[in-house]
Design a protein around this ligand. Sequence first.
Ligand SMILES: Nc1ncnc2c1ncn2[C@@H]1O[C@H](COP(=O)(O)OP(=O)(O)OP(=O)(O)O)[C@@H](O)[C@H]1O
Length: 202
Amino acid sequence: MPDLRLDTVAIGTLADVSMTVRAGEVVCLSGASGSGKSRLLRAVADLEPHQGRVYLDNTEQASVPAHDWRRQVMMVPADSQWWFDEVGAHFPKGNQEPLPEALGFPPEVMHWTISRLSSGERQRLALWRALAGQPRVLLLDEPTANLDHDMSLAVENWLLSEIRKQEMPVLWVAHDQAQIQRVADRHLHIVDNHLEPAHGSD
Ligand SMILES: Nc1ncnc2c1ncn2[C@@H]1O[C@H](COP(=O)(O)OP(=O)(O)OP(=O)(O)O)[C@@H](O)[C@H]1O
């Protein structure tokens, strides 16, 4: 059961970020637009140079090749990237996992072209692709931003059940207070250049 630990991480204007996210725990991050939420996730995923240290259990990020680290510490950005023409080509070969019902796709979605996908379809498939890679940590950047209310609830529930089942530590960037209340075990808010426990959070 891995723990994710940040030790005095600093990136951009954000300084001194230290925390432990336990296995199966969801820590929500909020803050004004441009306050550095996405960059912090990128630092934890080793996608941007930063100060301080990040550990997965006792393994330090700096001691692992970046591509190995990113496979284990999986960031799902708000705007997902796709490289091939078809959806299925982005999934691990021989992927046996059934398509989660909560995502609302027919089985033939694997043959759909990327160009036809709506932004909400892209977002849901990016989440499914991330989980299909069996990461040990999830970093979610506004994972339901392009979804309507009912689909957001369905995707949240599916994510939470996977997070509990796989016991992944999770950093989840969110703006919607109602969503934060539903999913967060802890809620941290960016104030000036620091992360602080949000008012009303336990
Ligand atoms: N590589 C970079 N070099 C310098 N500044 C950057 C870099 N990437 C992002 N920034 C700046 O850092 C700030 C924080 O960006 P970030 O994307 O983390 O914001 P955010 O809190 O996620 O905002 P939003 O809620 O709008 O998505 C922004 O002012 C952005 O322009």
